[in-house]
Design a binder for this molecule. Structure first.
Ligand code: IPM
Ligand code: MN
Length: 359
């Protein structure tokens, strides 16, 4: 069976890290049909749109999309609809990728990379599940206008709408409970129910869904407290489930706990396990084209793709084991380098993972 994969390298370091991930995939004894299209700023430069029809079509027709990164300061002055970020938002919405899985794992070999004390973070392994197609990101109405009423009537105002429908909360809650069931059976739902109606509604639905999962212990936390607990005692968490905006913020915080955002993959899934896989980090235009970027987050994203969209968990395990092996051999890209280890570039890191796959 041939697996149809869309490859969207994007901007900045996107193309160089994607190249290594594709090489790793091709080193497996699995048959892939890999097709590539531009996305983000690269697509804007060629087609005057960050998500051209051919790119969207390719992603829609593929079982999985491997996505590099988008964005560059040079597109910052474009109208919002043409900015590179619109590509990822458009893909999420068009493919219905509502479930975003963002693991934050501290690899024992990289224990010193964290800015937190080793006794606080060693062994950290948490999974943030972020709802990705609802909330204030997509809620209508939104816009800028002259304020119709209230204390600021007549002044210009900007506004967005936070909202969640019941089915949206139910389906992401189920993803959270199911993930917790396969791990340490603890799910923490993060909201702001002390202030927001949307959050009170979210909490009520999550509690209702919890009746289907009596084996999972559910807790609730306000988002401000969750931000604090993540730096105070991050290992208290197992799986976190939260809405789009809170998940955006908390997942960056959680990634930084590990000190090595260049290591963290992510998956965005729809209800038929069609998925988009991308590193948690951005396009890092400052180091683009220099061959120094860490390709491991993208390689690990390819592993998630094998596990979640292609039902090839054994192959995913192989890649993850190969990554651990190169780390234990002391190979490090610049972002995770420390004295006593061996500094390597992007392609050398790819070579090492491929070699470790065969070992
Ligand atoms: C992310 C990013 C995106 C988001 C941006 C680029 C639109 O920050 O994937 O977390 O806010 O979701
Ligand atoms: Mn973000």
């Amino acid at each position: 069976m041939t697996h149809k994969i869309a490859v969207l390298p994007g901007d900045g370091i996107g193309p160089e890290i994607i190249e290594q991930a594709v090489r790793v995939l091709k080193a497996l004894d699995v048959s892939f049909d890999v097709k590539e299209e531009p996305v983000g700023g690269a697509a804007f430069d060629r087609y005057e749109h960050p998500l051209p029809p051919a790119t969207l079509k390719l992603a829609q027709e593929s079982q999985a999309t491997l996505f590099g990164a988008v964005g560059d300061w040079k597109y910052d002055s474009l109208p919002r609809e043409f900015r590179p970020e619109q590509a990822i938002l458009g893909l999420r919405r068009s493919l219905g990728l509502f479930a975003n899985l963002r693991p934050a794992i501290l690899y024992p070999e990289l224990a010193n990379a964290s800015s937190l004390k080793p006794e606080v973070v060693s062994g950290l392994d948490i999974l943030i599940i972020r709802e990705l197609t609802g909330d204030i990101y997509f809620g209508q109405p939104r816009g800028q206008r002259s304020a119709p009423d209230g204390a600021f009537a007549g002044e210009r105002e900007g506004y967005d709408t936070m909202r969640y429908a019941e089915s949206e909360v139910r389906r992401i809650a189920r993803v959270g409970f199911e993930a917790a069931r396969k791990r340490n059976k603890r799910l923490c739902s993060v909201d702001k129910a002390n202030v927001l109606e949307t959050s009170q509604f979210w909490r009520d639905i999550v509690i209702d869904v919890s009746r289907e999962f009596p084996d999972v212990t559910l807790s609730h936390m306000y988002v401000d407290n969750a931000a604090m607990q993540l730096v105070r005692a991050p290992r208290e968490f197992d799986v976190i489930v939260t809405g789009n905006i809170f998940g955006d913020i908390l997942s960056d915080e959680a990634a930084m706990l590990t000190g090595s955002i260049g290591m963290l993959p992510s998956a965005s899934l729809n209800s038929s396990n069609q998925g988009l896989y991308e590193p948690s980090h951005g396009s890092a235009p400052d180091i683009a084209g220099k061959g120094v970027a860490n390709p491991l987050a993208t390689i690990l994203s390819a592993a998630m793709m094998l596990r979640y969209s292609l039902d090839l968990a054994g192959q995913a395990d192989r890649i993850e084991a190969a990554v651990r092996r190169v780390l234990s051999e002391g190979l490090r890209t610049a972002d995770i380098y420390e004295p006593g280890t061996t500094k390597v570039g992007t392609a050398q890191m790819g070579d090492a993972v491929i070699k470790a796959l065969a070992a």
